[in-house]
Design a protein around this ligand. Sequence first.
Ligand SMILES: [Zn+2]
Length: 355
Amino acid sequence: MERRRFLDCCAVAGMAATFGKQCFGMSPEEAAAAPDDSVAGLLIADPHAHPYQLHGARSFDRTTPTIETLQRLNMALSSFSAVGDMTFMRGRTGMPFGDTRNQLEVLRRLESEGRVAVVRKASDLPRQGVQRRMPCALMAVEGGDALEGRLENLDVFYAHGVRLMTLLHERDNELGFNQRSGADGALTPFGLAVVERMNKLGMLIDVAHAGTATLKGIVSASDTPLIDSHTSPVLPGEDGAVSRRLRTWQEMEMIVRTGGLICTWPLAYAGKQSRRTTLRHWAEEIVLMKARFGIEHCGLGTDGGGGLPRVVDGWESIASLPALIAAIREAGLRQEDIAAFVGGNFLRIFAKCLA
Ligand SMILES: [Zn+2]
């Protein structure tokens, strides 16, 4: 999620009440009526998204997926990410742990209504050739701030159903340092304890937003593969000045060496030497990453609903995936590469991390 959007957010209190029939209204039959041929047979999984904006953004974000969006694509799985540092944003009250738990209640309600199937163990994961009654949901927290510095809070989230946590978000926290922070500080002793506990519990560690030194600490501490769930590489000839949210090739290599995954997102930007403003640019970037790391380390992570300031032309939301697939195909990738990129790789790595 982007800081700019945070500043425009309101309290979660009463948020569930705002999700009326207009969000949940379409029947699964209606929603599933028009699947797109180009996604047939693909297991699509988005490890970073904010369906229904659990964090309670005030203004509508056109990238935000709904269950109907997921059903129309016959998506296998989507992250439903709560935001762990919302209470530090303007106009928000409360404490991070309770606030994050409240956000996750919206997903628990969808689960109890039989609208999504929350994944808690490897056998819950969607599989090729097995019919799905509803999309699978990955309960996630973006920002380890939600732990309030207490390891026992991680256990509470795990019991709740959280299986992925992005350790850092928009600020330096008790675990480590953010990509945009002035200090490139190391993973803290508490951050180290969280990594070890997440490994033990069977939770996937997301290094998105982590600064370089903190990332190094996570890489050397973790026994299981890591993911960066939403980023983009610094392009050849650039020095990273275009956006500090991008990853250098050296940083990405560290993540890849854990057996991990780099997920690219639809953020659009243009610098002096680089332009990343079209689906074609995104597709060319995936080809570049495949050449460098192998396709098995490349994935999709849309940050849908995360308030990206600008997205590439032709991208509205995850519903635009067929257009990205067409661009990837045109850039030269084969069907098996596409299947790996849109979800196969993520599901393989996630299964490995789950207890
Ligand atoms: Zn984010």
